[in-house]
Design a protein around this ligand. Structure first.
Ligand SMILES: Cc1cc2nc3c(=O)[nH]c(=O)nc-3n(C[C@H](O)[C@H](O)[C@H](O)COP(=O)(O)OP(=O)(O)OC[C@H]3O[C@@H](n4cnc5c(N)ncnc54)[C@H](O)[C@@H]3O)c2cc1C
Length: 341
């Protein structure tokens, strides 16, 4: 189901006028895959043969997987298959061949690297939700715990979440707030790095035969929060989500709002405004009124008022959009409150 909210064209204008950084543009999956839940209007992908998959390759290293994709240009990588197989089952995608990533052990864990964590793209949501991972990157663990029902979390991976680039991908606002970097594997063992925001924005896409190998995330050693509003109780896709991380070394607050637009949005002005109100030397205290004001600031930056009419009157936002704005304000207020408590 597409997220409710203002139309994309309107959001693009809002982002320009309100100093909100759009982290992605609407598009199909970075790898030529599909997006789940797009529903009516979703483009049917055309790069695949009309018959069911003829070949499945199961490489055991990242380089073997890249080589397999190079050898079969019509092949599609599949990790957990939670997005991809849904597209196959609904008839939207008919891959001529599949390259399964599930046996590549090098991308199923993580390692430490210069104050960062190098996360394998094959990490499942279930693995990221465990306490040892939560101690490392709390917001990503919280997003992983919120990503669908248990059978989806057991199979679905970080790399698949990024490559699908769904507006409601729960890992995406967290990675945007953390300013994570992707390490992309290419042919003949090549590796290149791109900020996750560049991939989500379509500024720098995956090239044919490339795979997301790892995600490099800074270890900030400070509170992080991910909050998600859904349209129903129990596991569900986000109507709106907020990721908020504190960066004490830089005395910064970084926030990204997910699901309300085709891409996570960074309310940069609101981040800077609230960061200078925090007493970083004294228990990170902040006056209570600032929490409310921050929520309103974030919400208004991401869902601004419509432009005034030529006669000077300002049109009202539709009730559903006003409700979404209040939801974002509440999530942002609570996220900051929890991070500072
Ligand atoms: C019922 C249901 C509920 C869901 N709920 C949520 C939810 O609440 N929150 C949420 O965020 N998601 C949700 N999802 C979506 C899905 O589970 C996630 O997006 C998951 O992380 C996808 O990972 P995967 O390994 O299954 O990807 P796959 O389905 O294997 O692949 C998805 C796409 O990514 C490509 N790909 C996979 N790995 C790589 C790689 N390493 N490099 C390059 N391309 C790659 C594939 O070619 C394909 O195009 C839900 C899905 C279902 C079916």
């Amino acid at each position: 189901m597409p997220p409710s909210g203002p139309p994309r064209s309107a959001l693009a204008k809002m982002c320009q006028s309100c100093h909100v950084r759009p982290v992605s543009t609407y598009r199909t999956a970075a790898t030529g895959g599909t997006r789940w839940g797009s529903g009516k209007g979703q483009p049917v992908l055309t790069t695949h043969a009309p018959q069911a998959a003829q070949a499945v390759t199961l490489p055991t290293t990242l380089d073997e997987a890249v080589a397999a994709l190079a050898a079969m240009p019509t092949a599609v990588p599949v990790a957990g298959g939670t997005d991809l197989m849904a597209a196959v089952n609904s008839g939207q995608l008919r891959p001529a061949a599949l390259v399964g990533l599930g046996r590549i052990s090098e991308i199923r864990g993580w390692q430490y690297q210069d104050g960062h964590a190098l996360l394998g793209a094959g990490l499942t949501h279930a693995r990221m939700g465990r306490p040892d991972f939560a101690a490392l990157i709390p917001a990503l663990a919280a997003a992983a715990r919120a990503a669908g029902p248990p059978h989806i979390r057991n199979a679905g991976t970080l790399g698949g979440n990024i490559a699908s680039a769904s507006p409601t991908g729960d890992a995406l606002p967290v990675l945007a707030a953390l300013e994570a970097t992707l390490i992309i594997a290419g042919q003949e063992g090549t590796r290149r790095e791109i900020p996750v925001s560049h991939l989500l924005a379509g500024v720098d896409m995956l090239r044919g035969g490339e795979l997301i190998g790892y995600v490099r995330v800074p270890l900030l050693h400070a509170p992080q929060v991910f909050l998600k509003a859904t349209g129903r109780t129990g596991p569900g896709r986000a109507v709106a989500s907020v990721a908020l991380v504190l960066d004490p070394a830089r005395r910064g607050v970084r926030c990204a709002v997910g699901a309300i637009a085709p891409m996570p949005l960074r309310p940069l002005d609101a981040e800077q405004w609230v960061a200078q109100l925090i007493d970083w030397d004294n228990d990170r205290a902040i006056v209570p009124e600032a929490l409310n004001a921050f929520g309103e600031y974030v919400a208004a930056a991401c869902i601004p008022d419509p432009a005034p009419e030529p006669d000077g009157s300002v049109p009202q936002l539709p009730p559903a959009v006003l409700h979404l704005r209040r939801t974002v304000a509440a999530l942002a207020r609570r996220a900051l409150g929890r991070a500072l408590s």
